[in-house]
Write a protein that binds this ligand. Sequence first.
Ligand SMILES: [Fe+2]
Ligand SMILES: [Fe+2]
Length: 375
Amino acid sequence: MDSAENTEPSAAANVSLHCKEIALAAGVPAELRAMLSAACLVHHHPPTDVKGPFVPILDTIHHGAKERGSWPAKLAEILEIANSLDEQLSLAEGDEHPIERAFEEMSYMDYDPALTALLPIMRRANRRDVLATIPLLPVFPALATRAIALLGSADSDFREVQRVAGHEQVLSGELLRTANSAVYGSRRPATSIEEALTRLGTEPASRIITAAALRPVLGGKGLTGLWEHALAAAETAEKLARLSGKVRPHEAFLAGLVHDVGRLAIALLPDSAQAARRRLAASGCDPIVLEQVLIGMDHAEAGAEILDFWKFPEPVITGVWHHHRIERHSSCLAAVLYLTEYLTQSSEDLPDQSRLDLARATLGVSAGVPGLVYE
Ligand SMILES: [Fe+2]
Ligand SMILES: [Fe+2]
């Protein structure tokens, strides 16, 4: 997210995205589609203020001038449908299935039914396709389940942590590496798990083990930067949880690690959906809107489905599900994750002032949140 005020370019990009898709589905020739794209950028201006071959489109929008069936009339109607769709998607954001609601509302409007009938063609995949990817995801290792249980147990003692870590070379190595890092600076390096745990403490050690156990699941050949973002989010979410006192820190840490796991499922969708997603993302479309339009669900909802399949704790599933649309649920963890996305400068969503305010009010964090610079 760049800045809270910077909403206009992406809103225009969303309309442009809808225009392109509808025009493509309606069989509009390439040269007219290029004209439509140009008209998209300036369609709020009166035709007298701009110059270009697209002016007849703006004339039709502003004066309803051209006869039905002419190319300016058809392109103008596509542009108006795209505008309405964008508005309807914003209005339906609080709805559980915004895209279905938006399409339904559009069907009641006085547009050419042959054009509005094309809207569902924009869907390149559906919920069933997303659910079908879950068995294709990396197997959730038993070790990770044990590490998560360790993280959640308030009375986990030294020996328990040692038992989980000692079974796996990667985890032991991670503990030793961290214990011997500059942060814990000691002249004599720790050479055993016992020494590493003494130096780190059981709680930080549990977090290190959980992250290391989840890495093969989230940090494989998936999406570039997903694992780095997950680690940064886990740290930030935990800090916010401690600051607010309304969310258990270990739960926030875990939720931060897995909050975008739905992006893995979306990355496994069929090629046609991937191609459309890449093309539309390149044109600057807001990723959450893009996911809704192409699939009918966003990565947050897809992630909740995956975590449910993996039998994660209910509060983590709920928090992840609503982490981009926090007005739909009172989950404090969702509010933590929303602020986390903002603070870690995730580019998954447009920053929204009212949601930032809602998250802040839900958590009771006003001043003093490091990096909270949107005020
Ligand atoms: Fe996200
Ligand atoms: Fe994220």
